[in-house]
Design a protein around this ligand. Structure first.
Ligand SMILES: [Zn+2]
Length: 177
């Protein structure tokens, strides 16, 4: 995976594409939460669940099904007093933020691939390998190589974020949606 810092950073850039209907701080917070939530399976990793298990890292919580269910629950809870149309818009926003995590993981150069189609198809997928995979050791990031690693990752994610931020700027200034 990219680091949790990288996923948060990318979630913040996706927040620029948020629909209307939630205040800015809540919208940004939820976008970041969605972009990080699939790594909740890290609990299982440290509890000894095998990596290749459906409950292991990059398993069910990185699947399209999980992203859909999670996004549905969030849109129903946080937009409960809003129109159906707005709920649908936010569902898709939450979905893209959540599945962006799995897409980024599947562009790393290490570990197992991502179980996009779990629990229906038990295969792990990579779609590219240009993002360095994050070491699982927290201590690594207090070293010089760890800081350089973070800088490299944020540079790559920053480059990917440029077109997203540009679309967000266009949306807010010209499309009025
Ligand atoms: Zn992940």
């Amino acid at each position: 995976m990219p680091t949790i810092i990288g996923h948060c950073f990318f979630g913040m850039s996706l927040a620029s594409l948020k629909p209307v209907g939630l205040d800015v701080s809540k919208a940004i917070g939820l976008s970041i939460l969605c972009s990080c939530i699939p790594d909740i399976d890290g609990i299982g990793f440290f509890a000894g669940i095998p990596y290749h298990s459906i409950w292991g890292h990059r398993g069910i919580t990185h699947s399209i099904l999980f992203a859909m269910l999670w996004s549905y629950l969030l849109s129903q809870y946080f937009l409960k007093d809003e129109s159906r149309e707005l709920k649908v818009q936010w569902f898709f926003h939450f979905f893209w933020c959540t599945i962006s995590h799995s897409l980024l993981d599947s562009m790393t150069d290490g570990g197992l691939g991502v179980g996009f189609f779990l629990p229906f198809i038990d295969e792990r997928y990579f779609i590219a390998n240009f993002i360095p995979v994050s070491p699982m050791s927290i201590g690594f990031f207090s070293s010089i190589p760890g800081i350089l690693f973070l800088l490299e990752e944020l540079t790559i994610l920053g480059l990917i974020s440029i077109p997203i931020l540009f679309m967000g700027w266009l949306k807010q200034n010209f499309l009025n949606i």
